[in-house]
Write a protein that binds this ligand. Structure first.
Ligand code: MRU
Length: 347
């Protein structure tokens, strides 16, 4: 790995607990909180301190380690009692990113395999959480390599939301492909602002700046004009949940980008690890789209007037597979995704 283009880590596991980089405070300040309980980790996910589908899954895995450590220290003989409730607290933190539920299932399998006479559940669970974390970074590096091949002739790329080191174990999904491709040949990188939480303006631009990759910020509403200008050939995004037919839930605004991209002959790439594919969900229509508090959307001007001004705040949307040119995973790429094409990933 070229470490000069990947210096940020959102989650650090230590003997004290899980260190979480509070993304709400970026880019103004870099503050890590150390969390030692499952409730704190669930709250960190729900309150957007940690965001991005893979990072949420990794945080949840460490949350299970903390839960088991706590249960075991209080009652070594029946540490399993109440553990499923702890997993439920993590599962309730955010609904759309499937990596959260995938990681909990991985941890559940380790818990189930441990015998009641296990001396301590902490070590095997810690080992699994670290393995999930490491595998995510490795997957990102592989996706960076696979995705960059499509960009050899591109002079400009547009990305949406944050999909970099902050949103994953490290390196990033869509931003990982951008890192790999920029490392090979300089390209113009554009990032949308990503209203209302401004992941693009606050996180992507900050992260690229940390790693000395030049990028240009645009308002979300400037994306179609950018495409019309001919300055970008690819839109590259991550995913929070990909259905078995390739329909992709990602940050609100991704669907609009895909429609504009198709109109302008710009290609659309989704980059996500296998842990983001939800094989049990047949199509995007079944994906639960998180709707957050309308107060997040109402600007300072309207604060206090919530009772008279309403706002609708869905934070993800679904891009139909038909508007996606390629899905990149660590197991391979799927061009023109469909139920049948996606199945090749399982082979
Ligand atoms: O609400 P967020 O910030 O958790 O949403 C993040 C996104 O939508 C990302 O694009 C997605 O999780 C992919 S992250 C590699």
């Amino acid at each position: 790995m070229n470490s000069s283009v990947d210096t940020v880590r959102p989650l650090v596991w230590t003997h004290q607990g899980l260190e979480v980089l509070d993304q709400r405070r970026l880019p103004d300040e870099v503050v890590y909180h150390t969390y030692q309980s499952v409730d704190q980790v669930a709250e960190a996910i729900a309150s957007m301190q940690v965001r991005g589908a893979p990072a949420i899954g990794i945080a949840a895995a460490y949350g299970v380690v903390l839960a088991a450590r706590d249960r075991f220290s209080r009652n070594p003989l029946s540490w399993r009692d109440g553990l499923e409730t702890d997993l439920g607290v993590l599962a309730a933190s955010r609904p759309t990113a499937v990596n959260l539920f995938w990681a909990l299932d991985r941890m559940r399998a380790v818990i189930a395999a441990l015998s009641d006479s296990s001396p301590n559940p902490f070590e095997p669970l810690e080992k699994e959480a670290i393995a999930i974390h490491k595998a995510d970074i490795e997957a990102n590096l592989m996706m960076g390599h696979l995705g960059a091949r499509y960009l050899q002739n591109a002079s400009g790329i547009l990305t949406h939301c944050n999909t970099g080191s902050l949103a994953t174990g490290g390196y990033g999904t869509a931003l990982g492909v951008i890192r790999s491709s920029v490392a090979e040949r300089a390209k113009a990188v554009y990032a949308t602002e990503t209203r209302p939480w401004s992941q693009g303006a606050r996180l992507t631009i900050w992260e690229l700046n940390q790693d000395k990759i030049p990028a240009t910020l645009i308002a979300d509403s400037a994306a179609a004009l950018l495409m019309q200008s001919g300055r970008v050939q690819w839109v590259i995004v991550g995913a929070d949940r990909i259905a078995a037919n390739g329909d992709t839930a990602n940050k609100i605004g991704t669907y609009a980008l895909s429609v504009a991209a198709r109109h302008h002959g710009v290609k659309m790439m989704v980059v996500a690890p296998m842990s983001t594919i939800d094989w049990k969900t047949a199509s995007g229509q079944e994906i639960h789209i998180e709707e957050r508090d309308s107060a997040e959307l109402l600007s300072e001007k309207f604060r206090g007037k919530e009772s008279v001004i309403s706002a609708w705040n869905p934070v993800f949307d679904v891009t139909p597979a038909g508007l996606i040119d390629v899905i990149v995973t660590e197991k391979g790429v799927v061009e023109n995704p469909s139920m049948e094409a996606m199945r090749h990933l399982l082979g």
